[in-house]
Design a protein around this ligand. Structure first.
Ligand code: FAD
Ligand code: NAP
Length: 545
């Protein structure tokens, strides 16, 4: 290897992933005068928004909140066209940020990281890609995403289908024309619920294969009014501050005056049946995922949760003409909100179309996929095109795919064999100089992810600065501090109804995956306070060498 290429492969930090997390991490490190190499398996930036190009894909947190806050000039200049931006618009935004901050030159695209090993002696991570590129870094940052590894369904005969088959999270770049096609969609999570109304408008016929119904609330999406946006942007800093300090997810809201969005009523028990329904109606009419903030105990009190669920069941029955279909669409197997609530545009109404049929797999399970369609227990459904919207190996899937080894040769997968553990969701004990962005044990997928990503990136940048000032080269998480944090994460989860959801938050959608509630349910504001307190106390729970 020439002296030049050795030089080229040694960095202060190696980052895996060029979604919003990897991009901002790179920008922060550059600002500190550190060198970094990013490896990304796709051929562009944007992560989630690069891969998930299915029809109808858009964010479910308002665009004005689901965007970076670190660049105050950019947030004033960038014009979001809709309340919830579409995938192409969010991808354009990511590309614009990469251009604006000149990020491309440090990113190597189409490079899938396959292994990362920490060398005790040199104190460096050696990171290798499938194509044989190597880089070493004093620190390794996993910005690999919580929802970046598609999960294929374990259905017999899947590969025998001779028509077109698409996966929502690996959608073809040039789109798909469904005109005249008999289409089948397997799955009814957030991805499917966004795609189904759009596909239905184009396809000759659409069959939706539903195993478990999900709760969905209306997005009430629409074009943003320029005068309104201008007024909102005058208070952008204050809005951002409320998102960051929020008691819950940091989703923000659509009011010009920034204010704390803590639910007005701590408990639904304070309200009569009529008052409760009126409040649910108000939140339903406002739209969006903050529906679950209707009262403070909607996600912790079973009785109150059941009242919210009943309200939504009634809505579904009003929106869907056929009562049998409506009944099948009403979820009764999990408390509302304990699986990520979906946000839709015309989802339930789509079942009133004559070209759409709901196939209830609880009544007629799939036996196998055939070359021409789906064989159910009682009939065969002929299809030209099959769409899989069957989710992700969430939160740990991307790291599981990389052979990560600490200085003693221990693999992260072994260390996590009974479930992922990381101090503050930021660093697994025993894995020196390895940082995770939005890792298990942090608010991550229960939050507006841009808020959580920025907070983690800033925390990592600050701790590296702290280490630089002390000429410290090594950071590790204290195993006791990690145990205490993991216990706290479980304790907080057990105070809520989340563990009853049987969702991907728990790994329940992946056969054999340990059942552990992975995200921190204490809210982004509380979590930030904990991290700030840790930082202000000489990074309590971390050890330096
Ligand atoms: P990602 O965007 O997932 O980026 C990770 C990157 O790492 C990917 O580009 C991947 O290719 C790369 N990578 C992974 N493994 C490797 C490897 N071994 N080698 C090289 N590269 C690798 N969150 C919200 O808060 N609001 C929303 O509205 C919202 N909508 C969503 C819609 C969809 C369809 C999905 C799937 C998720 C949504 N999310 C939403 C969550 C979303 O993932 C985050 O908001 C955010 O985009 C995550 O950014 P990230 O950089 O952490 O991860
Ligand atoms: P998901 O919520 O995990 O949904 C997967 C769906 O596939 C479920 O309905 C599941 O049914 C079904 N499924 C899986 N295997 C099956 C099988 N063998 N047979 C029949 N059905 C099967 O995945 P997702 O929709 O991709 O969403 C994942 C997450 O990404 C969301 O929760 C959200 O956080 C994020 N997301 C957000 C948006 C947004 O609105 N901005 C859009 C898309 C995704 P069961 O429930 O029965 O397992």
């Amino acid at each position: 290897m020439s002296a030049e290429s050795v030089q080229e492969s040694e960095f202060d930090v190696v980052i895996v992933g060029a979604g919003f997390a990897g991009m901002y991490m790179l920008h922060r490190l550059r600002g500190m005068g550190l060198t970094a190499r990013v490896f990304e398996q796709g051929d562009g930036v944007g992560g989630t928004w690069y891969w998930n190009r299915y029809p109808g894909a858009r964010c479910d947190a308002e665009s004005l909140a689901y965007s970076y806050s670190f660049d105050a000039e950019l947030e004033q200049q960038w014009q979001w066209s809709e309340r919830y931006a579409t995938q192409p618009e969010i991808l354009r935004y990511a590309e614009h940020v990469a251009d604006r901050h000149d990020l491309y030159r440090d990113i190597r695209f189409e490079q899938t990281v396959t292994s990362a090993a920490f060398d005790q002696e040199s104190g460096r991570w050696r990171v290798s890609t499938a194509d044989g590129l190597e880089a070493t870094g004093c620190f390794l940052v996993m910005a690999t995403g919580c929802l970046s590894v598609p999960q294929l369904p374990d259905i017999a005969g899947l590969d025998s289908f001779s028509g077109n088959r698409y996966q929502a999270s690996l959608w073809p770049r040039n789109g798909v024309d469904f005109s005249g096609q008999r289409v089948g969609v397997i799955g009814t999570g957030s991805s499917a619920i966004q795609a189904i109304p759009v596909i239905a408008q184009q396809a000759a016929h659409l069959s939706v294969f539903q195993r478990s119904p999900n709760f969905s609330v209306p997005a009430h999406n629409g074009k943003l009014d320029q005068d309104w946006v201008d007024a909102f942007k005058k208070n952008y800093r204050e809005h951002r501050d409320f998102h960051k300090r929020a008691l819950s997810s940091g989703f923000g809201d659509l009011e010009i005056e920034p204010r704390d969005r803590t639910p007005q009523h701590e408990s639904g028990h304070e309200l009569s049946e009529a008052e409760f329904d009126a409040l649910c109606e108000e939140y339903w009419q406002t739209g969006g995922a903050r529906f679950m903030s209707v009262v403070g105990d909607a996600l912790s009190d079973e009785q109150i949760n059941a009242r919210v669920a009943r309200f939504v069941h009634n809505k579904i029955r009003q929106l869907v003409d056929d009562s049998k279909t409506a009944d099948a669409l009403c979820p009764t197997d999990h408390p509302i909100g304990t699986k990520r609530i979906c946000v839709d545009t015309g989802y339930y109404e789509t079942y009133n179309r004559t070209n759409v049929a709901l196939v209830n797999l609880r009544e007629t399970p799939i036996e196998r996929i055939t070359s021409t369609g789906v064989q159910l227990s009682d009939r065969h459904v002929e299809l030209d095109t099959l769409v899989l919207a069957t989710g992700f190996d969430a939160m740990t899937g991307a790291m599981k795919n990389i052979d990560v080894r600490n200085g003693a040769g221990l693999r992260l997968n072994e260390a996590w064999s009974e479930g992922p553990k990381a101090y503050l969701g930021l660093m697994p004990a025993g894995f020196d100089n390895l940082f995770l962005i939005t890792g298990p044990g942090s608010p991550s997928v229960l939050s507006n992810m841009l808020v959580s990503i920025e907070q983690h990136v800033d925390f990592i940048a600050d701790v590296l600065e702290y280490m630089g000032e002390r000429q410290s080269q090594r950071i590790s998480a204290d195993p006791d501090a990690q145990e205490q944090w993991v216990a706290h994460v479980n304790e907080v989860a057990n105070e809520t109804l989340f563990p009853k959801g049987g969702s991907w938050y728990l790994g329940a959608n992946v056969p054999g995956k340990p059942r552990v509630f992975m995200p921190y349910a204490g809210g982004v504001g509380v979590y930030r306070e904990v991290c700030d307190d840790v930082a202000n106390n000489d990074y309590r729970g971390f050890k330096f060498a």
